[in-house]
Design a protein around this ligand. Structure first.
Ligand SMILES: [Fe+2]
Ligand SMILES: [Fe+2]
Length: 306
């Protein structure tokens, strides 16, 4: 089941990085905290209200391509759509390949252009991992940085941008106004389903984020691929790295458990590397490959199911 728009309309972004560039304007890099924890974002929710007006300004200033991307995402990402995609992909029966092969596979995805960086997908993964390595982060975290966007291979299997990237949000309950472009949810068929439109919808408070069906995208897919191989902190980073409404705005927190909230600090720590380490300096892939091949071998089998 899918209500695919025409291909042209489904790919408004010249590059998926346009979405991430927008995120950087919406969520500027937090000022360094005093003392050693220089990469920690501010406490969630504290600055959110103050910045609400600024956010609306960001929406007004967003590129038309980004606006159209969010319109499609918010219109078509229904509860049923996410369930159908889970069924379609999470059997992991499509391919068998190593993690490095998946990185090369993803790298076939050539976006038209990224105005801010001209990095390939593989280079973004290496840059994220290298920034973590420079900061002396644990090996499992560096590896998490290396694989975090491999779920974007969904694009190579014909999925439109709006079904691969975009800030994720909870489906099956009321849309939060803390999402970007909340007005676009009015066109989502779930908006007309009373069962989904109470604050908790089909869920119980404190049920745990893993029970909540988020909008479908590259986070959930890579989490499922990696869930037997990486430590739990890394799995939280993978699964929720695009869940900005929760980890930056405090939305949907009524569903979180104490453990989810404790793990949020890892997601935020990850986020600083993912979003703010992009630079024009391309990593030397050939030189870095042996280090990463060894790191991959430490945690993953030679062949992984995708
Ligand atoms: Fe991502
Ligand atoms: Fe990323």
């Amino acid at each position: 089941m899918s209500s695919e728009p025409t291909p042209a309309a489904s790919q408004p972004l010249a590059s998926m990085d346009e979405w991430e560039d927008f995120l950087k304007t919406r969520y500027p890099e937090p000022a360094p905290a005093p003392a050693a924890e220089s990469r920690r974002p501010p406490p969630v929710g504290v600055a959110a209200d103050k910045r609400a007006e600024e956010f609306r300004q960001y929406e007004a200033d967003a590129r038309p391509t980004v606006r159209e991307f969010y319109r499609l995402n918010h219109t078509h990402q229904t509860y049923d759509f996410g369930q159908a995609k889970r069924k379609e992909y999470l059997g992991l029966n499509r391919m068998r390949m190593s993690v490095w092969e998946a990185m090369e596979y993803l790298n076939q995805l050539i976006d038209d252009s990224d105005p801010d960086t001209d990095l390939s997908q593989l280079q973004h993964l290496l840059q994220t991992a290298e920034a973590m390595r420079r900061d002396g982060q644990p090996r499992w975290m560096i590896l998490t940085g290396l694989v975090h966007d491999l779920g974007k291979i969904l694009c190579l299997w014909g999925e439109p941008q709006w079904a691969v990237v975009g800030d994720t949000f909870a489906t099956g309950c009321a849309f939060s106004s803390k999402n970007v472009f909340p007005g676009f949810f009015a066109a989502n068929p779930d908006a007309g389903n009373p069962r989904f439109q109470t604050p908790n919808g089909i869920y119980e408070e404190g049920c745990g984020l893993d029970r909540v069906a988020l909008s479908w995208g590259h986070d959930e897919y890579i989490y499922q691929v990696c869930k037997n191989y990486l430590p739990e902190e890394g799995l939280y980073m993978l699964r929720y790295h695009s869940f900005y409404p929760w980890h930056r705005e405090g939305a949907y927190d009524q569903f979180a458990t104490a453990k989810d909230r404790a793990m949020k600090s890892w997601v935020l720590k990850f986020n600083t590397y993912d979003l703010y380490t992009k630079s024009h300096e391309a990593p030397d892939v050939a030189k870095l490959r042996p280090y990463y091949e060894e790191l991959i071998r430490e945690y993953f089998p030679a062949q992984v199911r995708w």
